[in-house]
Design a protein around this ligand. Structure first.
Ligand SMILES: O=C(O)CCC(=O)C(=O)O
Ligand SMILES: [Fe+2]
Length: 319
């Protein structure tokens, strides 16, 4: 059975990397994104204790929150996206997902209301659990750290694609105020759930997903180009990274956002915390000239505004 490649981010985080290390990393990135759209990321600079803490806080929230606590955090109907979502409230391909979650998004700049969409889906503020008491502060610190990893990675992707001229900086420019999303997800064993899978097959919407998951094996599955589902089992200290729809759009399909799903048949309660490093809300994403050249010269798909794409997806996400 094939496994996903492992890429070390170290050469992109050191001030004076050896040119060959740097080039090897960019080549590995390009190859992983072309072949799988998925890879493991090591040496990303976030200490293992922080990753462990994020998972422990998440587990403790799901373990201790009462139904009333969860209700207080519940997202606002009908389309509100920030906050708690009950078991089975998320749907993928029209089927209920057997997980519960709390979703957080970048908050709007108070001083510039002109940037906010009229649509209420992403309005308001994030709804933070009161328990564990340190969850909000620690998760906010984590967001700052993981945002840096996302931006280093996306800049490296631009270099791996060989972007030049007026496009050289396009990926960085369009993600410098990343409209990030973070989900705390809890997966009960599937046998305890009435129907469905833990998370139905889907591609992610944006740029790059940095997935942190507990040690549960045989839950996350990735569809290979040859049509085989393989497990992306956790490697301690590493992220499972995958590229989203906006990278596919930018690269004119050279790099594809890959289908994945979660089928958690183990007997434990699994937790994961995917962090979605996304384009800016108002970023216009269109195929890059360099990528059109590399894919036969014909542009696939129209320009999309990331925020519109996101809202369109969110509206189909709830039961
Ligand atoms: O929990 C996981 O392993 C993956 C979750 C996922 O694919 C998502 O939230 O987009
Ligand atoms: Fe996903």
């Amino acid at each position: 059975m094939s496994t996903l490649p492992v890429i070390s981010l170290a050469p992109l985080l050191t001030t004076l990397p050896s040119p060959s290390d740097l080039q090897n990393t960019l080549n590995a990135l390009s190859s992983a994104c072309t072949t799988h759209g998925f890879f493991y990321l090591t040496d990303h600079g976030i200490p293992p204790e922080r990753l462990k803490q994020v998972l422990t806080l998440t587990r403790n929230f799901f373990k201790t929150a009462s139904p009333a606590d969860k209700e207080r955090l519940a997202r606002q109907d009908p389309d509100g996206a920030r906050g708690f979502q009950r078991l089975g409230e998320n749907v993928t391909l029209g089927k209920r997902d057997a997980h519960e979650a709390v979703d957080f998004y970048r908050e709007w700049d108070e001083s510039n209301s002109s940037l906010r969409p009229k649509d209420g889906t992403l309005g308001g503020k994030n709804l933070w659990p009161e328990q564990p008491a340190d969850l909000k502060a620690e998760m906010n610190k984590y967001v700052e750290e993981v945002l840096k990893v996302g931006s280093v990675l996306v800049e490296a992707m631009g270099r791996a694609l060989g972007l030049d001229g007026d496009e050289a900086n396009e990926l960085v420019r369009c993600t410098d105020k990343s409209f990030w999303v973070m989900r705390m997800i809890g997966y009960p064993p599937l046998e305890d759930c009435a129907e469905g899978v833990s998370c139905g097959e889907h591609t992610d919407y944006g740029c790059v997903t940095l997935l942190l998951a507990d040690e549960t094996p045989n839950a996350l599955q990735v569809l290979t180009r040859s049509g085989e589902w393989i497990y992306a089992n956790p490697i301690p200290g590493a992220y499972v990274v995958n590229i989203g729809d906006m990278i596919e759009r930018w690269t004119n399909g050279l790099w594809k956002s890959t289908l994945h799903r979660v089928i958690h048949t183990g007997s434990n309660y699994r937790v994961s915390v995917p962090f979605f490093f996304e384009p800016n809300f108002n970023a216009r994403i269109r195929p890059l000239k360099k990528c059109i050249e590399k894919t036969g010269g014909k542009e696939i798909g129209d320009e999309v505004v990331y925020g519109d794409h996101l809202i369109g997806k969110i509206k189909g996400n709830f039961y």
